[in-house]
Design a protein around this ligand. Structure first.
Ligand code: NIG
Ligand code: FE
Length: 410
């Protein structure tokens, strides 16, 4: 039939449903079906056929997967996609022993990227981000969360958010916008984080809301950045405006950010390298998804978040890149999958759930993507891999062979 695309002879691995898979379900939600077929109608998955089943009619467009692994398009639920410049010049400082927070406190780090982002035009930021999104697409990532947070004033935060909107509207990318003006304290508010939080809540957030420029609001809750009370205030303000919330929590110190996330019903909490038992219990109770960022642990030479402990406590785990110019200048989610296997000790099935269904839930898109099921958007990857074990075992290569986004091969 015309306008239909059939993928046949697939080893189909997919999670199921539209809600986060937690605990044992993070593994068991994944089914693997050999010799499966997927029928795509326009941009939508029309029918997933079980082993040896096939449509009763001839399809004009057929891709024979030749037994290779097929999964849903990957979802990267945490990136700082929009920024000017890069930060290669800070690497020697790091190698001499300067910590992440020391570099930030000396006006480098996020504040360095702030200068380059403020200096960049909307078009420059658009072109740069589109290039990264293309790279991600060719690595099998079909949906990407993108944060602001390198403008840190009304004009430049809105500029970043407008770029994200243009990437969706003009670029056709599946991007989910997050407002993160509370990423660092800008020089204009040096020494006055309370004043800056007040400024964001009363001056910037209303403008973002007026223009409907974001879906999520995020904050960097950390020693020397924003404390728990400032984070609570900011995120509750955001919730009053109807935004969903995320929180960078317990990356360096467990100051209570993950506990707060569970208490206020944040959709996700990020990093969680230093999370304690109270934080894990609070997130499990609140249904907050853990967005874990193993590329950042690797790049900063830090510990890896206690992912197994979180899975066992019933916290749904997602794995994301944290792509940014400082702590993780890599947008390769496949590499993070490999790290999640080796360093988090997640099973291949748990890893797949972490970069598809749970990541889709973390960006509130599980009704449209994250699994290969009838009615979802036709975002699929045919991997140069015979099975899921192989996909997560290989390190550093791009194994995405054919990427289909919204029914179209990219
Ligand atoms: O998630 N932790 C805070 N923010 C980013 C880093 C951003 C940067 O260094 O530019 C992160 O790792
Ligand atoms: Fe981050």
């Amino acid at each position: 039939m015309m306008d239909m695309l059939l993928i046949k002879n697939a080893t189909l691995a997919t999670a199921h449903g539209c809600t986060p898979a937690a605990g044992a379900a993070q593994h068991t939600t994944v089914t693997v079906t050999e010799n499966a077929s997927v029928l795509i109608n326009g941009d939508t998955i029309q029918t997933v056929y079980g082993s040896g089943e096939a449509p009763s009619f001839e399809c004009d467009n057929v891709i024979d997967a030749e037994g290779r692994l097929v999964t849903a398009g990957l979802v990267d639920a945490h990136t700082h996609l929009i920024f000017g410049g890069w930060r290669q010049h800070e690497v020697p400082l790091k190698l001499k022993g300067a910590s992440y927070l020391e570099i930030l406190q000396a006006g480098g780090g996020i504040l360095n990227t702030l200068k380059a982002t403020r200096a960049a035009s909307e078009d420059e930021l658009f072109d740069k981000a589109a290039k990264v999104l293309e790279e991600m697409l060719h690595h099998g990532v079909t949906t990407v969360e993108a944060k602001s947070g390198y403008g840190l004033d009304a004009e430049n935060e809105l500029k970043q958010l407008r770029v994200i909107r243009r990437l969706a509207h003009e670029g056709g990318y599946n991007v989910v916008p997050t407002f993160m003006a509370a990423h660092a304290v800008p020089l204009e508010f040096s020494g006055d984080p309370d004043g800056y939080i007040e400024h964001i809540c009363t001056k910037i957030l209303p403008l973002v809301a007026d223009d409907e420029l974001c879906e999520f609001v995020d904050i960097f809750c950390e020693t020397g950045v924003f404390n728990v009370e400032q984070s609570r205030k900011m995120l509750q303000y955001a919730q009053m405006y109807g935004f969903k919330t995320k929180i960078h929590a317990d990356e360096i110190d467990a100051i209570g950010g993950s506990k707060l996330a569970g208490e206020i019903g944040a959709v996700s909490a990020e990093h969680l390298i230093a999370i304690d038992d109270d934080g894990i219990a609070s997130m499990a109770k609140g249904g907050t998804i853990a967005c874990l960022l193993p590329g950042t642990s690797l790049y900063l030479g830090k510990d890896f978040a206690p992912a197994r402990k979180m899975v066992e406590a019933g916290v749904p785990v997602a794995v994301c890149t944290d792509f940014n110019p400082g702590s993780c200048p890599s947008c390769n989610l496949q590499l993070c999958m490999n790290l999640a296997l080796l360093r988090y000790k997640l099973t291949p099935q748990e890893v797949l759930t972490a970069v598809t269904l749970n990541a889709a839930c973390a960006v509130d898109r599980a009704n449209v993507c994250g699994t290969v099921e009838n009615g979802k958007r036709a975002d699929l990857v045919i991997w140069d891999a015979p099975d899921l074990d192989y996909l997560v075992y290989r390190m550093g290569s791009n194994l995405a062979s054919t990427v289909i986004k919204g029914g179209k091969t990219v």
